[in-house]
Design a binder for this molecule. Structure first.
Ligand SMILES: [Ca+2]
Ligand SMILES: [Ca+2]
Ligand SMILES: [Ca+2]
Length: 564
């Protein structure tokens, strides 16, 4: 059996190499960062793309899935792009932010006044009366060319301001920095137009500048700075025993009672998220390393992604799907970790599709889904959602249908109640992918203390089950990403957490009984969960997942099948 599968791998490698002379002319690219760069998502062939590029030399092409002929085409006439696509084209779209707990703090003059040193406070207070002044023209320039930098680089900022003739006089500046969660970074106070700092951790930094004219009128601008890092993966690690953190979610789903039956051994779970801190002691040994790909600047397996041994970063367009934010590491640790993960021996495939601010675009998520399926994932965890889209994101639906063809389960977070943080019905107000209806799709709501949370979206028809997602009274604990304090764990809350808890339970089920179809898995979860009164009318099953019962049922079905 082992030998056979080795031969199959070898054949696919040599096919890939044969095609290399003709195929793969589109090198992987980072995700778009401006509205203008957003293209059309198409299904086509490389030869048709070559023709298009010949006719319209400004055309830019981003390969989303070479194997499946899915591309994003920018800067070309729409009609010409429509001509080469075998499916209706879809205009790519950005979405900002994801889970409620990860939304960046808002910047306002009021908040600035709270955070700022005494020196600048008076000046900001005087701004309150006239918070904006059209007469003030302010711009901010970086001494680096991009809004994304590598951890360790120094950033020099210069604010340039001019007051118009009516205001006159000099312009002075006040600065504030809203760093990402773990960061201790701050700005020095003062009123100069310059700031210099070296970020202490990855993540999204929001830089605020208030310019003030001689008439004391003010203008506030906020600039995002993304700090990323791309470390090589470490050697396997020795995992210590750590049990002081309250991993309460495990109790609600009866995880410890399931572990004697299954540990989720070698079930492959793709995490479509902000990346994974793959060097964390609590996940390093669970990261799946692709053996058919060598580190040689060559795409050995012909999937369009050179040297993708540990997954792929579709945001940065590189082979390091490291976590800039914390969300993806937390999600991964809930699924598979020897430090209290639901399925301690499952494997994680990191697929980075969300940036350090938790934002993304449709094409990037679509690329991540095809990549996960073609890389052998059995389950895809999508703790992300697109709300209030003007139309159904058909390319995302197509990608999940592709997953269904390959028997891959797709788990979607129901969502956290949008900007208001109050759960809504995703049938009435669709959120994608959660609101799609497919046999291989399971949508998850969040509970805390055995009740549905106030933020969790719901639907009696479209949400299948619930799992612990936590709230401000009881956070869900899991792995932290790289941080200056070296904290191993972090508490978070959201349907983003409930989803990987469910995925971990499914990994236990699939390792107990690999014959289960995606629909079998969904039916078992819905049948065997724990009845919770507050989930009635809010989910199709009214139940919170129960690992012990679900694994036991999976084993019972295996026994029944073998008797037949
Ligand atoms: Ca590759
Ligand atoms: Ca290679
Ligand atoms: Ca990266």
């Amino acid at each position: 059996m082992g030998k056979l599968s080795t031969i199959v791998v070898a054949i696919s490698v040599s096919l890939g190499t044969l095609h290399c002379t003709k195929k793969g002319s589109y090198a992987p690219k980072p995700a778009p960062t401006s509205e203008q760069a957003l293209g059309l998502i198409v299904k086509t062939t490389e030869s048709q793309l070559e023709e298009l590029t010949k006719s319209y030399p400004s055309t830019e092409v981003r390969a989303l899935s070479v194997k499946n002929g899915i591309y994003e085409v920018s800067y070309a006439p729409v009609a010409a792009v429509q001509n080469i696509s075998s499916r209706p084209v879809y205009k790519n779209k950005f979405v900002q932010g994801l889970a409620k707990s990860e939304m960046p703090k808002t910047i306002s003059l009021q908040n600035l006044a709270k955070n700022t040193s005494d020196d600048a406070l008076d000046a900001i207070n005087t701004c309150m009366d006239s918070p904006t002044a059209p007469g003030l023209d302010v711009d901010i320039t970086f001494d680096v060319q991009t809004l994304t930098i590598e951890l360790g680089e120094e950033v020099s900022l210069t604010a340039l301001g001019t007051a118009n003739e009516t205001v006159g006089g000099d312009v002075r500046f006040m600065w504030d920095l809203l760093p990402p969660g773990f960061s201790q970074q701050s700005f020095t106070s003062g009123i100069s137009g310059k700031q210099t700092f070296t970020p202490d951790s990855p993540g999204l930094y929001q830089i605020a500048v208030v310019a003030q004219g001689a008439d004391l009128s003010c203008k506030l601008i906020v600039v995002p700075l993304f700090v990323t890092t791309n470390p090589e993966i470490s050697s396997p690690v020795v995992v210590p025993t750590i049990d002081q953190t309250p991993f309460t979610h495990l109790g609600y789903v009866h995880a410890a009672e399931a572990w004697p039956l299954s540990k989720g051994t070698d079930v492959v779970v793709a995490i479509l998220d902000t990346g994974v801190n793959y060097n964390h002691v609590g996940i390093r040994n669970n990261i799946i390393i692709k053996s058919s790909e060598l580190l040689n600047d060559t795409d050995d397996d012909g999937n369009g992604f050179p040297d993708d041994t540990i997954g792929w970063d579709f945001v940065g367009g590189d082979r390091f799907p490291f976590d800039d934010q914390g969300h993806g590491s937390h999600v991964s640790g809930l699924v598979a970790s020897p430090l209290n993960g639901l399925a301690p021996e499952a494997k994680i495939l990191p697929v980075k599709v969300l940036n350090a601010g938790g934002g993304s675009d449709i094409a990037t998520v679509v690329a991540g889904i095809y990549y996960a399926v073609d890389s052998g994932a059995q389950i895809i965890n999508a703790s992300l959602g697109f709300e209030d889209l003007p139309e159904v994101p058909q390319p995302m639906l197509d990608a999940i249908i592709y997953a269904r063809e390959k028997n891959v389960l797709f788990l979607a977070a129901a969502g956290n109640g949008g900007a208001a943080g109050i759960g809504f019905d995703i049938k009435a107000r669709p959120t994608y992918p959660a609101s799609f209806q497919l046999d291989n799709l399971i949508t998850v709501a969040a509970t805390a203390l055995n009740e549905i949370t106030s933020y969790s979206n719901f639907s009696e028809e479209l949400v299948h089950v619930a799992a612990p997602g936590g709230n401000e009274k009881e956070f869900v604990f899991s792995l932290a990403t790289l941080n200056p304090a070296n904290s191993p764990f972090a508490g978070q809350a959201g349907t983003s957490m409930a989803t990987p808890v469910t995925v971990g339970v499914i990994a236990l089920m699939l390792s107990a009984n690999p014959q289960l179809s995606p629909l079998d898995v969904r039916n078992i979860l819905m049948d065997t969960g724990t009845d919770l009164p507050s989930l009635k009318g809010k989910t199709a099953s009214g139940r919170q997942v129960n690992a012990k019962e679900a694994v036991q049922r999976s084993l019972d079905l295996k026994l029944a099948a073998s008797i037949m």
